[in-house]
Design a protein around this ligand. Structure first.
Ligand code: 2M8
Length: 415
């Protein structure tokens, strides 16, 4: 509660005290889930502040730059949203992020029902989800694509191959405020950052609305993004039913997404295959994303069992082992890309554990969920509310006093 209070700007809770001074999309949704346990009214305000950044075509952006004089780069000038016709008054980024908001609204509503709040926000969330199914579909599978790593766990090795195709020219090293408070070894490299910026530059030329995904330099069918969307669509349909409506689009979308995700199961790997749209075939990428359909209740009982035993909790992959007792690692320990300190390339994250715990609970794997919940609480007890953690030592990494780690702990304690 103290971390959330400290990071509260009055309008929104920033992700961390120094590194991230603006409102990020999925951070705020996780924060609202935590606030549902202690201050529902403040949780509703968090959602309202984020939705102020919505674009006319429905997109809810990944960052809302509420006016504030803070030193952060690359900041609003990189995006130039003011010159995009669909953008709102407040400056925002031109991308989106995993749509956790519907799930946050449901959590707030279950904690304290408020039909007025639902009437206010459901049409906005509905329009955002519909935008995803309009702008980001690529075939009949029901799955959607992201067009920039910043739309998901950006530095994850699953994006490396796709990102390597992005020519970043000979531009000088980008200005990065993240590197002042944080160790270089815990953050993305300058070369990857240059590619992120080159991608933004090319998207900016079409006001962030490419004619087709085939034309984009990066298009990835991220399983985590799709699993979050599938669960969010089901939650949205439930919320509509609270208002006496059928929520037909949302419930059909949830079914379609789950079917699409189920089709990506790989029997040999006991995990799900990721898909880079510009590559020939799907792949087992060795990152925790390949377990995420679990969060959306996609696996059948026998698959869920194998996914847990042979991947999630397996000592050589994502689970606890004598040399690295803290789980779940964000990259498989057997992968050559495993880097236990670098952001999204190995460390343990509280939001990832939370998604997996929810998935295990929903599939009835209660003991397994409880083991992971217990480990996650022991980790924050030992090392505080950090952005991420070293899987061998449990040492805190990245920013201290990280909002979603604190907020999701409140939710885990509530079970
Ligand atoms: C990280 O992303 C930002 C860019 O959006 C960054 O690297 O500076 C990611 O972990 C992202 O998932 C998260 O929402 C954001 C704020 O916590 O930080």
């Amino acid at each position: 509660m103290a971390v959330l209070r400290k990071n509260d700007t009055g309008l929104f809770v920033k992700p961390a005290p120094a590194v991230y001074p603006f409102q990020w999309n999925w951070d705020s949704a996780f924060v609202a889930i935590g606030l549902a346990r202690i201050d529902v009214a403040r949780g509703r305000q968090e959602v309202r502040a984020l939705l102020r950044g919505r674009w006319e075509d429905g997109m809810v952006p990944h960052i809302v730059f509420h006016p504030a004089s803070v030193d952060y780069s690359p900041g609003p000038e990189l995006w130039g949203s003011a010159s995009c016709s669909a953008a709102p008054q407040v400056a925002t980024s031109g991308l989106t992020q995993p749509p956790v908001v519907a799930t946050a609204v449901r959590t707030l509503h279950e904690a304290s029902p408020d039909a007025g709040f639902l009437e206010e926000v459901l049409p906005v969330v509905e329009a955002w989800h519909a935008w995803l199914h309009r702008e980001r579909v690529f075939d009949g599978s029901g799955l959607v694509a992201i067009v920039h790593p910043w739309e998901s766990a950006d530095n994850a090795p699953r994006f490396d191959r796709a990102l390597a195709r992005v020519d970043h020219g000979s531009a000088p090293a980008p200005m990065r405020s993240d590197r002042r408070p944080l160790a270089a070894a815990e953050r993305p490299t300058n070369r990857d950052y240059a590619r992120y910026l080159a991608l933004v530059e090319s998207l900016r030329r079409c006001d962030y609305r490419p004619q087709s995904l085939a034309e984009t330099r990066f298009a990835y069918v991220d399983l985590m993004f799709n699993a979050v969307l599938a669960a969010a669509e089901a939650d949205l349909a439930w919320l509509w039913s609270e208002l006496g409506e059928r929520g037909e689009r949302a419930s059909a979308a949830a079914t379609r997404l789950r079917t699409g995700l189920a089709g990506r199961w790989d029997e040999e790997a006991a995990a799900y295959k990721e898909l880079d749209l510009h590559a020939a075939e799907g792949e087992i990428a060795g990152t925790v994303g390949e377990l995420m359909p679990l969060y959306a209740s996609v696996p059948k009982a026998a698959q869920a069992r194998r996914l847990f035993d042979e991947a999630l909790w397996a000592p050589t992959r994502y689970g606890p082992s004598p040399e690295a007792p803290w789980a779940v690692t964000t990259v498989s320990k057997s992968s050559p890309d495993f880097e236990p300190r670098r952001y999204w390339r190995g460390p343990v994250w509280i939001n990832i554990n939370w998604l997996l715990i929810r998935g295990l609970e929903r599939l009835g794997l209660r003991d397994e969920a409880e083991d992971l919940r217990g480990m996650t609480l022991r980790l924050v007890e030992a090392s505080g509310f950090s952005e991420y953690y070293h899987p061998s030592t449990g040492n805190p990494l990245g920013s201290p006093e990280f909002s979603w780690s604190a907020a999701l702990t409140l939710d885990l304690l509530h079970r």
